[in-house]
Design a protein around this ligand. Structure first.
Ligand code: ADP
Ligand code: MG
Length: 363
């Protein structure tokens, strides 16, 4: 019988699929993806101030992952809003910023608890900025955004959903019982989460946050710095097509390969970006040491302008680098030697770090 896209998929099977998931291609891709991920994990230590990574890279991830759902903003608006939370900001930019907050919330929770459906519900609540319940009413469907045609109807009924989520949660924590590579599991888990589609909205983004949290929980990353949605947005139609092919044809092989490529490519890309940040940090340190007045130069000051590509006077004060009266002078000196560029936003003066901005905005 042909799969009916308009009928709730209440027969969605539990994980793991009953097919061989260890083809030669998959095993080979696992090796490459693990190697890239391990380099990325190690690269975290190259940056002395972890706030630099934890701020900058998840913001890129937030932007790409939200864009997959047509929640679109510009880098400029995003950086500006991230340092001027009180300023008038459009709703889409706010939503992207909340994605980063949601990712962080999940990461913080992981320090005291393991991944669970209630943790993910909490993440989704931060993302959407309102209370979120598991779906109980029928009517949620996934449509093809360009044609409006229904492509998938997730399972319906509170009890069915609960059961599928419990099983997914169990699978997330099985280890030795099912000898599958953690990256293969990641692919299975992401598909399953999307296929269950537990919430009315926010499933795509919560499922992509889950990817990063899972890597952290598995010890494959220390901090949530993988820019995985970069690959997904670059291959968006494959992403949708392959999710659908799992449902309709049990085509797991191509889906797992897709996710392994995503991990490998984006780990390598994020790694290169971290190396580039490190290099810029060294060059900027040298430049500042040479050109700033002696009483102004400090390592902390240079690191501070790497935490975000946009800075403001209170950052200098909050970092304990200077008092309010002199903090402005510090940033002006950085502007004078060509490291920062100032711009007025309302009554606030914002200092942009163009070299860092360029580096973060690159592919
Ligand atoms: N055919 C499909 N089967 C299962 N999941 C899908 C399919 N097509 C898309 N998805 C998932 O559904 C997500 C969109 O769901 P939605 O709840 O609107 O997420 P968000 O609110 O984050 O926009 C997509 O990002 C993708 O992860
Ligand atoms: Mg949506």
């Amino acid at each position: 019988m042909k799969f009916d896209r308009c009928k709730p998929y209440n027969n969605l099977p539990s994980l793991p699929p009953t097919i061989d998931l260890e083809s030669r291609t998959i095993l080979k891709k696992c090796v490459g993806a693990h190697r890239a991920l391990a380099s990325l994990k190690g690269a975290g230590n190259l940056i002395p101030n972890q706030a630099i990574l934890i701020n900058a890279i998840p913001l890129q991830e937030a932007k790409a992952s939200s864009e997959i759902e047509n929640v679109v903003t510009t880098r400029d608006k995003l950086y500006q809003a991230s340092i001027l939370p009180g300023a008038a900001t459009d709703p889409q930019t706010k939503e992207v910023l909340r994605y980063r907050t949601a990712l962080r919330r999940g990461y913080d929770l992981l320090k005291t608890q393991s991944i669970s459906t209630s943790l993910l519900r909490g993440v989704c609540e931060v993302l959407l900025d309102h209370e979120v319940q598991y779906r109980t009413a029928p009517g949620t469907q996934i449509e093809n955004k360009s044609t409006g045609e229904v492509v998938y109807t997730p399972p319906e009924g509170g009890e069915i959903l609960r059961e599928k989520l419990d099983r997914l949660e169990n699978f997330i924590h099985l280890r030795d019982e099912i000898p599958l590579d953690p990256l293969v599991r990641l692919a299975l888990i992401h598909y399953q989460f999307e296929a269950v589609h537990p919430f009315e909205d926010g499933n795509g983004r919560t499922g992509r946050i889950l990817n990063i949290l899972y890597l952290v929980e598995q010890g494959l990353l220390d901090i949530p710095v993988l820019y995985l949605s970069r690959y997904i947005i670059d291959h968006k139609s494959d992403y949708y097509r392959l999710l659908q092919a799992v449902t309709e044809e049990q085509e797991w092989e191509a889906w797992v390969q897709f996710m392994l490529s995503a991990v490998e490519e984006t780990s390598a890309g994020t790694y290169r970006r971290i190396l580039a940040i490190r290099k810029l940090l060294d060059e900027t340190t040298a430049l500042c040491r040479e050109n700033l007045p002696r009483q102004i130069y400090s390592r902390e000051l240079v690191e501070m302008i790497f935490v975000q590509p946009y800075s403001k006077i209170s950052f200098v004060v909050d970092a304990g680098i200077a008092q309010r009266q002199t903090a402005a002078e510090y940033l002006q000196q950085l502007e004078k030697i060509g490291v920062l560029e100032s711009r007025k936003v309302g009554r606030e003066k914002v200092f942009i770090h163009p070299a860092l901005l360029k580096l973060l905005s690159g592919q």
